[in-house]
Design a protein around this ligand. Structure first.
Ligand code: PLP
Length: 412
């Protein structure tokens, strides 16, 4: 019999969202008349921008004509898209990022996991707690951890707790770690990072020869002009950081699939013989071997994000979700709850009232007001006592959900 990758057996995962689903369907079965509003999942609800749809329609026509038909494209993505990204997302901010350093993919989730292909097995890896679970689970699958303890923490990972006590920004570890995952604006807490804070991480990474894996999937939600959009706005980041970006949340591409990863050519890692190797070369090799590129049609859709029409539509979409977040913050505060995030981010991170556990608060909202959120403890042990509400929903649902909470509860 073929043997399997035993690391998969260590995974605690598949627990959070299936458990939410189980509790919601049990409740719905017993209460078929309840109009349940789901503010739990981080999926967008508003349609694709017209500019992207028009570009994709045109691309379909290109595919129907022998002279403009496209077969396999470059594994790294088409030059015209990589150039637009380099100009608009980086060079316009004064960041030194070239088109060759941008690798187009079908999603940041895949890139966050796939990047581990090019790193060794003996790295010390740090994640925040709570955290986007993909960073942890992909390291478990790759065999970079031991088993999980009763709190769900995997042996071998360095957990950096984030809470209201440190403004949901992890303290720089006293020990040296090799890889650090940072996500700003943060999922799940909605926290943001200042340039000064990121500079501390870059300095730490440079001193210790570490690499920062910077997830900027929610970068478009930053409206504060003082906050950085990219790690490459920070001096020295080209020597110590990789950045993940996605069209999922700014342009509604969660179902269309397009993202990109920036790997600077200056970034180096160490081979087992002690020699220094360019990380860019390894990632380029990995993508050329294991990936055949994103569909031409989808890349044309992503390109339209940078057209004047696309930019205007995307800004409207982002503002729409940010207004939802603002309504959620305002109404929950009225109901006597303490809320964090939701200002330059689409997630509102709520302190559970009356010392309720995350799951008890989940049940309270589901049973009393038929609202589904995500228990903070599902994102890590330090998320216990918190609850995530997502601003990705229709205005009608957000208003109705908040009305139910403010008219039913007073937690003050
Ligand atoms: N990174 C973070 C922090 C996310 O929250 C998500 C999706 O929820 C992703 C990456 C996944 O993005 P994509 O749709 O590009 O795979």
């Amino acid at each position: 019999m073929a043997s399997i990758n035993d690391n998969y057996l260590k995974l605690k995962a598949g627990y959070l969202f299936p458990e939410i689903g189980r509790r919601v369907s049990a409740f719905a079965q017993e209460n078929p008349e309840a109009n349940i509003i789901k503010l739990g999942i981080g999926d967008v609800t508003e349609p694709l921008p017209q500019a992207c749809r028009d570009a994709m329609m045109k691309a379909i026509e290109d595919m129907g004509d022998r002279t403009s038909f496209k077969g396999y494209g470059p594994e790294q993505g088409y030059g015209w898209l990589r150039e637009k990204i380099a100009q608009n997302d980086f060079q316009a901010l004064g960041c030194d990022v070239s088109p060759e350093e941008i690798f187009i993919s079908d999603g940041s989730k895949c890139d966050c996991g796939n990047i581990l292909d090019i790193f060794g097995k003996n790295n010390k890896i740090a994640v925040t707690d709570p955290v986007y679970p993909v960073y942890v689970d992909t390291n478990v699958m790759a065999g970079h951890t031991g088993d999980a303890n009763e709190k769900g923490e995997y042996e071998g990972l360095v957990y950096l707790p984030i809470s209201a006590n440190n403004d949901f920004t992890a303290e720089i570890p006293s020990e040296a770690v090799d890889l650090i995952y940072l996500c700003f604006p943060n999922n799940p807490t909605g926290a943001t990072a200042t340039k000064e804070y990121l500079q501390k991480w870059v300095n730490y990474a440079q001193e210790n020869g570490s690499i920062i894996l910077f997830d900027a999937a929610y970068e478009a939600f930053i409206t504060d002009p003082n906050l950085p959009h990219s790690i490459f706005e920070i001096e020295g980041a080209r020597e110590c950081a990789i950045e993940f970006r996605s069209f999922s949340k700014n342009a509604g591409f969660t179902g269309t699939r397009c993202a990109f990863t920036v790997v600077p050519k200056n970034l180096k890692g160490k081979a087992s013989d002690g020699s220094e190797v360019e990380i860019w070369k390894l990632w380029n090799r990995r993508q050329s071997t294991k990936f055949n590129g994103v569909s031409y049609i989808v890349q044309r859709g992503a390109e339209a994000v940078y057209s004047p029409e696309g930019k205007a539509e995307i800004s409207q979409l982002v503002n729409f979700y940010l207004e939802n977040a603002s309504i959620i913050r305002q109404e929950l505060t009225k109901a006597g709850l303490t809320v964090y995030g939701g200002v330059n981010a689409p997630y509102v991170w709520v302190k559970t009232p009356d010392a309720l556990s995350s799951w008890d608060f989940f049940d309270k909202l589901l049973h009393n007001v038929h609202i589904v959120g995500t228990p903070g403890s599902g994102f890590g042990a330090a998320g216990e006592g918190y609850f995530r509400l997502s601003a990705f929903n229709s205005r009608e649902n957000v208003i109705e959900a908040m009305k139910r909470i403010t008219t039913t509860f007073n937690f003050a």
